[in-house]
Write a protein that binds this ligand. Structure first.
Ligand code: HEC
Ligand code: HEC
Ligand code: HEC
Ligand code: HEC
Length: 328
């Protein structure tokens, strides 16, 4: 969150968006990626705070969120920037700031401000994380986004100021796919059925679909390699790609979210769900090895980013699961 403005991959795509749509596109991007700059209309980023991405003050000054598919649907209350809104009605901030209890901060609806939106006018879905969570069993069971991404622990909220011990404070790590959330999130099974290879991909514990968001950017690729009797490699087949990919007005695909004129393809692994894919077995194949790989960046964009020497640290693909089976 703190890096959402400085993130070099974001900066590279922002430069493209400006080149394609003009400087005015900046205002729409920073509404989510640098909201402190957006709410102060600091479009030149003269203040250092503007560069701090999704900041403490920003989130704790939000007084309401419209969880619809409107982009950046938060109400930022700037009348008193030192009035912090949060989950406690008995906060103990000393003289640092004043506080008020805010129910929205304890609910997944809060995150919908930025993690749920469609393109205004054309209504093309971009971020669907909140919507997919809302209809999941996790949500029905009362699990909020915060429970998984800001896991609660017992301790002190601000140890230097308040000695109050609490049953529940929230890790502000916003643990996501870069922070270990991908470990064992999906499972993969491979069996032979009716002469074909049957692959079952299950979403074990994301509280929403897989991939969880990042429309037009994150994709999960399922492929199979076949080997002969002596272990020699025969072929590799791409079986499925999960994620949402857009086409522009001329039908070119994939294109990034700001050029989306329509959805070119959309597949996902639903929350608590399993999808089944089938694959033909080539002659002479004696072993199949399937692999499920999470790509932060649609591989179609990677060569150009590398050529521009964009720092891709934290964006390397991650293997989610593997499965192997002998073939008859
Ligand atoms: C309504 C909020 C919102 C708006 C507006 C928005 N984004 Fe995003 N963007 C997000 C969210 C949320 C993510 C992260 C999704 C995830 O991690 O699943 C994201 C991710 C990205 C990423 C991927 C970053 C990475 O490191 O992988 C890029 C690039 C990006 N956005 C560019 C833009 C550009 C350029 C604009 C303006 C044309 C824009 N975004 C407008 C919310 C928004
Ligand atoms: C993306 C929004 C967001 C950002 C950024 C953010 N917070 Fe929070 N913070 C929350 C939410 C949401 C909660 C309440 C979680 C709950 O109760 O489920 C919270 C809770 C808190 C609490 C109450 C104790 C606790 O952990 O529950 C304190 C204190 C706090 N935040 C301080 C900070 C500080 C300081 C920063 C910057 C270093 C910060 N927050 C950044 C959203 C944010
Ligand atoms: C003001 C807009 C905004 C709000 C509100 C917001 N986010 Fe985000 N979030 C973003 C953006 C932008 C990114 C993408 C940053 C990037 O990839 O550079 C992001 C990324 C993330 C990620 C992915 C981190 C990673 O490692 O890829 C997680 C997880 C996340 N947000 C969870 C939450 C949760 C949970 C809430 C609610 C408590 C929330 N966000 C509220 C804008 C927001
Ligand atoms: C039951 C736990 C759980 C709940 C509830 C949950 N998440 Fe997640 N989330 C995960 C896991 C596990 C991942 C890693 C898999 C992935 O990246 O899709 C993840 C990934 C993400 C990502 C990164 C998606 C990507 O692939 O780029 C974002 C953003 C995110 N969650 C936001 C949210 C928001 C916002 C909510 C509430 C509307 C929420 N999550 C609810 C477990 C949860």
């Amino acid at each position: 969150m703190a890096k959402s403005w400085k993130n070099p991959v974001f900066q590279a795509f922002l430069a493209d968006a400006k080149a394609q749509l003009g400087e005015k596109v900046l205002a729409s991007c920073i509404a989510c990626h640098a909201p402190a700059a957006a709410v102060t209309a600091d479009y030149k980023f003269e203040s250092r705070v503007s560069q701090e991405g999704v900041t403490c003050n920003f989130c704790h000054n939000v007084s309401a969120v419209d969880p619809s598919s409107k982009p950046a649907s938060y109400t930022f209350e700037d009348a008193n920037p030192l009035l912090m809104r949060g989950p406690y009605s008995d906060s103990d901030p000393g003289s640092a700031h004043s506080f008020v209890y805010s129910e929205i901060h304890t609910k997944g609806e809060f995150c919908a401000a930025c993690h749920n939106y469609s393109t205004p006018g054309t209504d093309i879905p971009i971020e669907m994380t909140y919507g997919r969570w809302k209809t999941s069993k996790a949500a029905a069971g009362g699990k909020q986004c915060q429970d998984c991404h800001m896991p609660p622990y017992a301790g002190q909220a601000a140890p230097r100021i308040s000695k109050m011990n609490r049953d529940k404070v929230h890790a502000h790590s916003f643990r996501g796919p870069r922070g270990g959330a991908l470990d064992s999130v999906a499972t993969l099974k491979a069996v032979v059925e009716g002469g074909r290879l049957k692959l079952s991909v299950a979403n074990r514990r994301a509280g929403h679909a897989l991939p969880g968001g990042g429309g037009g950017m994150r994709v999960i690729a399922l492929s199979v390699s076949f080997f002969g009797g002596a272990g020699e490699s025969l072929s590799t087949t791409s079986v499925q790609t999960y994620g949402i990919q857009y086409a522009d007005a001329k039908g070119k695909t994939p294109v990034p979210k700001w050029l989306a004129a329509k959805v070119a393809r959309q597949t996902e692994i639903p929350p608590e769900g399993t999808v089944v894919e089938w694959c033909q077995i080539p002659p002479k194949a004696k072993k199949a090895r399937a692999i499920l790989v999470y790509h932060f960046i649609d591989p179609a964009y990677v060569p150009a980013l590398k050529q521009r020497q964009v720092d891709l640290t934290g964006h390397q693909p991650v293997v989610l699961a593997r499965a192997e089976t002998k073939l008859p």
